[in-house]
Write a protein that binds this ligand. Structure first.
Ligand code: M6R
Length: 369
């Protein structure tokens, strides 16, 4: 049931405040974050983990990339992200102290299932972040941390993505608490950020009308670029993937710092570029670097759509369009920034008369390797 929306994707974008709230529910208290399924693994086992590898495909892998920054920060353990279908071919170095976290909305993605089985055979601790109750991957894993985004029908993943990032953050905070690497202050801040998150996600959903106007004049675009730094980098990749999937427009995401190492050659007059701008309050250094990137591409004719924190005026002289989002701590910015990009893909797909929910050549769940 689309609940009165024109597509499942539109409904699911709108469901995102509930998706994050439901994923957090029961896992956060004044004592910090506690996920019972991780507690069941035993604190000693979690404290002994010396390496985390996140495996996933597509949008779930981008959620993994965002989560990796936070887990590494809070739990002080090295974290890498690998595409499930690449994982076993590199003969990865694994031990009993490795934790593999798989991320999958469906829990049935064959590439990810095969990677989980490969890890299990090598004695690794496997944790599944999954949205579908009792799917194969969570059943096969040592622990299942469910996202509670509700059923996702549209092929293009939206609410599962924000719920996956939320669940990975909860895992990072749980590990940080058990391992004694998370300061009381960081814990309290994160708990407070989770409390205010659903209302901020709602404000991000409310950017729809502004994005719809933008999409109107951009419907003929042949290529769109996305730039981000730090946790904004995987959001740039995700924004590009959404556009490819449902609007069939060539799109690429880049780490903003990589521009001058090649991609800036693509910038020509009128080239649309979305830029995810970190907060000037909490990340002044990154912010100033991204503003310089905007100046560089603007000088070469790019049409810049800047996604900023409300009150950031530094970008105004250089941006053609500015989308404003509520204030949030750095790790919580991506959960807001991705939403206007989801709307953008949906609006361009609609403007081109395409089937938003069922793009050509794609299936919701990829059950072959
Ligand atoms: O069910 P999964 O999360 O394992 O699916 C992984 C990818 O196939 C999926 O995220 C795909 O990239 C989506 N269609 C993205 O919108």
């Amino acid at each position: 049931d689309k609940g009165g929306w024109s597509s499942f994707m539109a409904k699911e974008i709108n469901d995102q405040p509930d998706a994050v709230e439901n994923t957090v529910r029961g896992r956060v208290s004044e004592r910090g974050v506690e996920i019972p399924e991780l507690t069941a693994l035993g604190d000693e086992r979690l404290a002994g983990i010396d390496r985390v590898i996140i495996i996933a495909c597509g949008t779930a892998a981008y959620a993994g990339q965002v989560g990796a920054y936070a887990i590494e920060q809070w739990a002080r353990v090295p974290v890498d992200v690998q595409l499930s279908h690449e994982f076993r071919y590199r003969d990865p170095v694994l031990s009993e102290r490795t934790m593999v976290i798989s991320v999958s909305q469906s829990g049935e993605t064959m590439d990810t299932l095969m990677a989980v089985k490969y890890a299990l055979e090598r004695g690794v601790t496997t944790v599944s972040v999954c949205n579908t109750q009792s799917a194969t991957i969570p059943r096969e894993s040592d622990a299942a941390v469910y996202t509670h985004a509700g059923p996702e029908v549209a092929v293009a993943s939206t609410k599962a993505f924000v719920a996956q990032i939320t669940a990975l953050y909860l895992i990072g905070l749980h590990l940080g608490r058990v391992r004694g690497t998370l300061s009381a202050e960081d814990q309290a801040r994160a708990v407070e950020q989770f409390e205010t998150l659903p209302a901020k996600v709602r404000e991000a959903v409310d950017t729809h009308d502004q994005i719809a106007q933008l999409a109107h004049w951009m419907a003929d675009s042949r290529s769109v670029l996305f730039l981000g730094r730090h946790v904004g980098f995987p959001i740039a990749l995700e924004g590009a993937l959404k556009l490819k999937e449902i609007a069939y427009i060539h799109a690429e995401g880049f780490a903003a710092g990589e521009l001058k190492h090649g991609p800036i050659a693509l910038i020509d007059h009128g080239q649309p570029v979305f830029v995810l701008v970190p907060s000037p309050r909490t990340s002044p250094l990154m912010h100033s670097k991204v503003v310089s990137n905007i100046q560089e591409i603007r000088a070469r004719g790019a049409r810049v759509i800047a996604i900023v924190e409300v009150g950031d005026t530094a970008v105004l002289p250089f941006a053609d369009d500015v989308i404003r989002l509520p204030l949030a701590d750095p790790f919580f910015e991506p959960l807001l920034q991705v939403i206007p990009l989801q709307w953008f893909a949906l609006e361009l797909s609609t403007a081109k008369g395409l089937d938003v929910d069922q793009p050509r050549n794609l299936a919701k769940s990829v059950t072959v390797e």
